[in-house]
Design a protein around this ligand. Sequence first.
Ligand code: CA
Ligand code: CA
Ligand code: CA
Length: 585
Amino acid sequence: MNGKKAVLSLGLLLVILSLLVQNSSSKSLFHHEKVHLRKSQVSTKDISCIGCVLIVSIVEQLAQVHNSSTERAMELLCSYLPEKEGLRGVCLLIVDLFGPEIVRLLNYRLNADVICHTIKLCKSDSHQPLCHLYKEPKVGLRKSIKQAERLLQKSEYSIRKTTEVVSSILFKVCSLPVFKKICDAIASSEPAEDFDQDNFSMFPSLRGYHWRGRDCNDFDKSVYPGRRPEDWDALRDSNCNGIWGFDQKDGVPYEKKFCEGTDAKGIVVLGDSAAAHFHIPPAWVTPAQYSKDTFTNLALAISNEFDWPQFSMCTGFQNSTIGGWTQSLYLKLRDRNRCNHRDYQNISRNGGSSDNLKKYLRSLARNQETDKPLVVFYGLIGNDVCNSHADTIRHMTTPGEMKADVMDDLQYLDTHLPNGSNVILMSLADGRFLWDTLHDRYHPIGQLNKDITYAQFYDFLSCLSINPCVGWMNKNETLRNLTTERAEQLSKVLQDIAASKTFAHFELHYYENLYQKVIAKWESLGRNPWELLEPVDGFHPDQVASAVGADLVWDEAMQTWPSLFGKENPFNKEIIAIFGDQGGH
Ligand code: CA
Ligand code: CA
Ligand code: CA
C-alpha cells in the first residue's frame, strides 16, 4: 500500500467524532442554530482537534508497536481500512493534506497535542486555555508549540487554512455514497430515515430492519409487521410474522389457529443513544491490535449512526458481534408468543431527550384501528441532564419542562396506540457511576503507554466543549452530585405522572433504577463494574449492561405487571414445527 491509505482513517475518525459529538447534543454540528452556536460554539474545529489528536496518537503507537518510521506507520494505518465504499480516497486526501507536517513533527518526538496545535487543527487562542489530552510537556504546552512552529517554518512548510482544509475533507466524505444520507440528515438536522410509505424496510441499516421489523413486502403498504392479520393471512403474510396459509386437513388458516386470542403485541422503545445502543469499537482506537478485520464493520456502523439497535436491550435480535451477548425484551416477547415475530420498533436517537423526542416520536408506525397493542418503553436515561455546556446546570431540563414535554408525548401516544397498550416510563440513570468507575482507569488510546486516563479524556472533551455530559463526566464532585440531584427530580416527575394520570388507550407504569440494578447484579456475580461501560466514549452502557438489563427488566415486569407482555402462546411449538425460523429477521 502506498502512503495514501493513511489518510483514510483520519477522515473516518473525523466523521466518527463528529457523530460522537452529535450524540452529545440534540442540535447538529452543521446546523447553525443560533442558540446553539451562541451557547457552546461547537464547531468542526473542536471535532478536528480531537480527530487529529486521536489519529496522530494512533500513528505514533503504530510506529512504536511495529518499530517503524512514521511514514510507514501512516501507510499501515491506511492499509487497515476496507477497500470498498470509497473511504480510502478520503484517507488519501487527508494524508496528502496533513501527512508531511505530521510526519515531520512526529520525527521530532512531539506529542499529539503539540502537533495538532501546531498544524492548527486544535485552536490556540492566546486568551483561552489550550486543550490537551496528554500531560503537558515539561517546558509547557505553549512553549512547545512555539518551538514546533519554528521547526515547521524552517522547513518552509506553510500551515494551510485549516478551516478550508477541514471543509474540503468533509465535502469529500459527504460525497461518498455511504456517508451521503448521513451528511444530508445532519445538514437538515433531521435524522437519516429511509423508509417508504409504511415506515418498514427490507434493508438493514439506515433505519431499516435493524431498527424495526423487516417488511416482507416493500411494495405494499398494507403489509407490515404489527398489524392484525388480513383475512387471517390465509393467502399471504400481511403482518410479516412468518405465519400464513391454512391447514389442509381442516381448512383453517394457521394465523387463526395459532394466534387468535393469544394476546399478541409488539414492543417499542422511545429513547436516546443508550436505547439505540451507541458503540464505537475499542479495536478502532487500539493500534497494537489492528488487523485487516478491524474496520470491516465501519461502513455498517456509519450507516446506523454508530448505533447497534440489532443487539440492543429492548429490540435486539441478532447475536452480538461487538462483545458480550444479545438478550432483549423483544426476543423474550417473541419466545413467549411466536405470533409477535418481527413486531419491534426502536424509535431512538443519539441525543434524544424529553425536549426533542416529540420530533421523532412521529415516526412511530402504528395504526390505532388495524394494528395490535404495544408495550412502549419511554427510556431517556440522561440527556435531560447531560449536555456539553460549561454552565451545564443552566441547560438541564427543569421538572416543569419535563412534566409538560412528557405529558405532550403521552397525549400523542394516546391518539396513536391501539387499545390495550402499555407505556413504561423509565427513570433517569445515576451517572456518578461513570466517574467513580472510570476516572483513574486508562482510556483505550492510553493503554499502550499508560498515559491517558478517563479523567484526562473527560477534561479534554470539556475543554473542546464536546463533553457529552459535563455534569457527570467531571472531576468536580459537587457538580456530579448536583447533576444526580436534578436527574432524581426529573425521575420523580415521571413517577408522579405514572401514579396520577390515566389515558384511554394504554396503562401507564414507572420503572426505576435500571442501571443500579444491573450494576448490583453484575457485582453479585463477582464481576467488575467497568465491564458495563463503553470503553471509547466512557459514557454509554455497553453490550453486557444491555443484556443483563433485559433479563432484569423482564423478570421484574413479570412479577409487577404479570399481564404486561401477554400470555404464553400454547402453540409456539407447532408454529416452530411448521414455520421454522418464520423467515428470520
Ligand atoms: Ca416498506
Ligand atoms: Ca410493506
Ligand atoms: Ca402472519
